[in-house]
Write a protein that binds this ligand. Structure first.
Ligand SMILES: [Zn+2]
Length: 265
């Protein structure tokens, strides 16, 4: 840090947050009353989230959700601790393995700092489709609907933000994180257990790396091998004009939606 020091004020604010984070332990009923209230408030207050299994969402909904959690669980101390530091909210289609992310950015030339909480629409809209092959569990808790899952994401991310504000860094694999999410939200796990596109591809279509597949493209049929699976599968098809790979053969690369692939023996 350094320079002229507005963090003197932050120091007071963060110590209030610190005391609260270290000393609070909520019982299960308090937690479920508060989270149910938040669920109801989002449904009645949002212009986009019109149903528990909503099909539209706006970054403003994340801001609203954050304010609800900060107000009801942390007495507004997270916002206080942020002070003048901006906190932005973002929806991402590209995050395909976790439901949310919290990051701190610093502009190297100006020293300006800001935080960003993002949620993955790919993950959220991929769950509660009516075709889930298993219950959706997030942070060790079974989620009733898509909004409930989004709340688990915000609970997880707000603790990342709190750790960053209080200790400068955060890790959800460490005991301190686990302790905070357990005492405030009753989380028993800190893994992200929404259904990923990768899991869905495997369970529904049998598509995973190494599998031989067939697909149609511009009227022709191709046969290749799945190299990796994300939102789409990367399929390598032997091609004399393609790029050379470590097995010595040359391949052309295709990105194909998994539902368009047919596994072949
Ligand atoms: Zn995490």
């Amino acid at each position: 840090m350094g320079g002229q020091d507005p963090r003197v004020v932050d120091g007071q604010m963060t110590s209030d947050l610190l005391r609260m984070v270290e000393s609070t332990s909520l019982d299960g009923e308090t937690i479920s009353n508060r989270t149910r209230q938040i669920h109801a408030n989002v449904l009645s207050g949002s212009k986009y989230i019109r149903a528990a299994n909503f099909t539209k969402i706006h970054p403003g909904d994340l801001a609203f959700l954050f304010a609800e959690y900060d107000g009801r669980f942390f007495a507004g101390q997270v916002r206080e601790a942020l002070g003048a530091t901006p906190l932005y909210f973002r929806l991402s289609k590209r995050m395909t393995s976790s439901g949310g992310k919290t990051a701190c950015f610093t502009d190297r030339s100006t020293g300006r700092r800001w935080y960003e909480i993002s949620a993955s629409t790919t993950m959220l809209f991929g769950c509660f489709t009516g075709e889930d092959h298993r219950p959706i569990v997030a942070s060790g808790m079974t989620c009733r609907d898509r909004l409930d899952a989004l709340q688990r994401v915000m609970e997880h991310e707000i603790v990342h933000l709190i750790e960053m504000l209080l200790w400068g860094k955060s890790s959800c694999s460490h005991p301190r994180f686990h302790s905070i999410t357990q005492r405030f939200f009753g989380h028993t796990e800190n893994r992200h257990s929404l259904i990923t596109p990768k899991e869905k591809a495997l369970v529904k279509f049998g598509i995973r790396p190494g599998v031989k597949v067939r697909f149609q493209f511009e009227g022709a049929e191709y046969t290749g091998v799945v190299n990796r699976v994300n939102k789409r599968a990367t399929v390598l098809v032997e091609d004399r004009k393609g790029r050379r790979y470590s097995d010595g053969k040359t391949y052309a690369k295709f990105y194909v939606p998994v539902q368009m692939l047919e596994a072949v023996e």
